[in-house]
Design a protein around this ligand. Structure first.
Ligand SMILES: [Zn+2]
Length: 477
């Protein structure tokens, strides 16, 4: 394939921009030539008409299976649902269906700490399970608990029984367990993958902490069936260390994901041991830190254990000036979510003390202090469209239009850079170079126009390993 008349975009490490008009030749899955090229006999030609050609976008923090399930789920929290009345309405729209009703994205700002009895009283008469937007908590109604308790005995171990022993129907960290027992959620894997392709995404890092060998097999199978087209870096549990290197051509094992929760921090030396053990297994760690305390704790543990290249902080939602100094000392990279400024910013402004507002989801300060920075949408807990995250990074506005952390705005180029890195080296933007995989995103306009809107509606085609996986003119292919 020859992509002719493309405005090839390249970002330098300082995110300064270089644009050049080139033709790009792809053979099999590799870029084999860039320059002034004549079409060969029989070669298919895609005329870019001077529009920008970028490396395919990489979303560095996703939960893909939850996203695939979310496409068949009821939204139970902001920005769709804001009040108890909204939630009751939303759930009862699904009253006519049968089988499991799966709700997602619940937040207590909607109706407080809802439980089994609340769901029994207000929800439809179906087995219902609702996931909190943190991803950790599931709330089940009585009907759902009964369905699960009546699962075939070979599926229900003693440990399962113990975990189901809950009066209020609120269960923590039971993702895999519910998945196995309900066997439901006909996932919309192909639709989820196609949506990502329509945003120009060619690679994802799945950061679900429970990812294990069986999830790995599931991802490989979905790729083999071509339901899931994107390249995958699979991060998650320690168990994944058993699967070495590159599993399928398109799947690699990533970081060991460590979840820290301020209310339930692990023993410091236990955490250090886990970090060292992961390093010994040749894996970097990615530590989930959404509070200042968790970040300080993680940085101290990483310093104590010894930092390995590739170790990173997920979210770094709150970075005070003192912690920034500590973070800089460690040299650790950060993968954060500027989309939360838009999506959750109004809640932050209302609930978080004012002096901390400037410390939330920082971007420009991190770059200015040479902290390696990259972005992930955290889909489906964040909006899956990386262009929305880029826009949010340049505007720093909440959905109601209030400003949050205006000193943290980025240029469109720096915002784009957050999605251009390799999956295993997220902070360094890739470029369109001979010998690189032909994973590309072609826009409809030149960059000087596209940068004004930063919208996924500007994506014309997405190419993965030399194959077009999205074409806006065909709508999908
Ligand atoms: Zn996440």
């Amino acid at each position: 394939m020859l992509i002719s008349n493309a405005e090839c975009l390249e970002l330098k490490p300082d995110h300064s921009l270089s644009l050049s008009y080139q033709d790009v030749r792809i053979e099999q899955n590799i870029i084999v030539a860039v320059g002034a090229l004549e079409p060969r006999y029989g070669e298919s030609v895609l005329d870019a008409t001077g529009a920008a050609l970028l490396p395919g976008l990489h979303d560095h923090h996703v939960h893909f299976a939850s996203y695939a399930a979310a496409l068949r789920s009821v939204a139970c929290g902001p920005p769709t649902v804001h009040s108890e009345k909204d939630l009751i309405e939303q759930l009862n729209l699904a009253a006519g269906g049968h089988g499991w009703l799966r709700g997602i994205n619940y937040h207590e700002s909607v109706a407080g700490d809802i439980d089994r009895y609340w769901l029994d009283r207000y929800g439809p008469k179906r087995p219902i399970r609702i996931q909190h937007r943190s991803g950790r908590l599931w709330i089940l109604n009585s009907n759902a608990l009964e369905v699960i308790r009546n699962s075939p005995p070979d599926k229900l171990s003693r440990e399962h029984h113990a975990r189901l022993d809950t009066e209020d129907g609120r269960l923590y960290d039971v993702d895999n367990f519910l998945w196995e027992l309900t066997g439901d959620s006909p996932l919309s894997v192909a639709a989820a993958s196609q949506n990502l392709a329509s945003f120009g995404v060619t690679g994802i890092n799945d950061m679900t902490p429970s990812n294990n060998v069986s999830t790995c097999n599931w991802f490989v199978e979905m790729q083999a069936k071509a339901a899931l087209r994107q390249k995958v870096r699979l991060s998650g549990s320690r168990e994944l260390s058993e699967v070495t290197g590159s599993v399928g051509g398109k799947l690699k094992i990533g970081e060991c994901k460590l979840h820290l929760h301020e209310s339930d921090l692990p023993d410091f030396y236990d955490l250090c041991r886990v970090i060292r053990d992961s390093h010994d297994e040749n894996r970097a760690v990615a530590v989930h830190c959404v509070t200042e305390a968790a970040l300080v704790f993680a940085l101290a543990a990483l310093q104590d254990s010894g930092i390995r290249s590739g170790d990173r902080i997920e979210h770094a939602s709150v970075v005070s000036p003192a912690t920034l100094e500590l973070l800089c000392e460690t040299g650790l990279g950060v993968v954060t979510q500027p989309n939360f400024v838009l999506e959750r910013g109004d809640t932050y402004l209302n609930e978080i003390p004012e002096h901390e507002h400037a410390w939330l989801y920082r971007c420009r300060t991190l770059l200015q202090n040479s902290v390696p920075l990259a972005f992930g949408t955290d889909l489906p807990f964040g909006h899956p469209d990386p262009w929305i995250a880029m826009q949010a990074a340049t505007r720093r506005q909440t959905s109601s239009g209030r400003s949050l952390g205006e000193d943290e705005t980025l240029t469109p180029e720096s915002a784009l850079a957050g999605f251009l890195g390799e999956l295993d080296n997220p902070a360094e933007p890739r470029s369109i170079t001979v010998g690189e995989p032909a994973d590309l995103c072609l826009l409809k306009s030149p960059w000087h126009i596209a940068r004004l809107e930063l919208s996924s509606s500007d994506v014309r085609a997405t190419i993965l390993d030399g194959e077009k996986i999205y074409d806006s003119q065909l709508f999908s292919c």
